[in-house]
Design a protein around this ligand. Structure first.
Ligand code: MG
Length: 251
């Protein structure tokens, strides 16, 4: 069931989203060669708690970390680990949500560790821009497929690949609500967007194949060829006019 939020609910949820954005910014500030993903995760957890919120992912479906931290070929759901130490040239995706006063915010960015290769830069630029191409379509009267199709077309026309197994989603009182927001699809198809819907739009993009694999840890999803993947996400409010990005530093 798609949940449409009241203006009062939106005003509460904006705080969770702002904390999510601040947490992502904090995590990004820690990214450097020599830091482990566990250290980033621990600091992130403390940061979210200091804002009076809880990390949305901790314990979700049994996930052990505060955030999903995925390095290089890891697309999503990387488990923070003391053994995973970042080095120059890596890219790292940090997917973080915060829960406060009954609502979640959800956002992700992929960060460069030091200098990265041109092909990695290109992947990051295209994946991030595809998020904004999707968000442009997040308007009342459009359908979910307009968001999906915009992301797919933007990425595929630039030579990148869209995995089909993982979706964006509605977000609110639950981290994962209806509807699914796939990163592929046809404009004009899918549920109609109405004011008060809050969606996590999140292109997850591979460099050489749409196929993915899940590692034996049961969580980490990787690009099937072992090449780079990237992930950007915002929580977005459908309004009567322009889409509102909720996961921003200051509102
Ligand atoms: Mg999400």
């Amino acid at each position: 069931m798609i949940v449409v939020k009241s203006p009062k609910e939106i005003s509460i949820m904006l705080k969770s989203c702002e904390i999510s954005a601040l947490a992502l910014e904090h995590a990004g500030s820690l990214v450097r060669s020599g830091i482990s993903t566990w250290e980033i995760d621990r600091s992130l957890g403390n940061f979210i708690k200091s804002m009076g919120a809880k990390p949305s992912f901790k314990g979700l479906y049994g996930f052990p970390g505060n955030a999903c931290i995925s390095v290089n070929e890891e697309l999503i759901h990387g488990i923070p680990s003391k053994k995973r130490v970042l080095k120059d040239g890596d890219i790292v995706s940090i997917d973080v949500g915060a829960f406060k006063d009954g609502f979640h915010g959800d956002n992700t960015a992929t960060f460069a560790v030091g200098e990265i290769a041109e092909k990695a830069k290109r992947l990051l630029e295209v994946t991030e821009q595809s998020l904004y191409e999707g968000i442009k379509q997040a308007r009342a009267g459009n359908r979910v497929g307009d968001i999906s199709g915009a992301i797919q077309t933007y990425c595929e026309s630039r030579g990148f690949f869209v995995p089909k197994e993982y979706f964006g989603h509605g977000v609110g009182r639950s981290l994962h609500e209806d509807p699914n927001v796939p990163n592929y699809g046809k404009p004009g198809k899918g549920p109609r967007l109405t004011p008060g819907m809050t969606l996590a739009v999140e292109p997850m993009i591979n460099s050489t194949t749409a196929k993915t694999k899940t590692l034996p840890d049961g969580w980490t999803v990787v690009e099937a060829n072992g090449n780079l993947s990237a992930h950007f996400e915002h929580t977005v409010l459908i309004t009567a006019g322009e889409p509102l990005i909720m996961t921003v530093r200051k509102l």
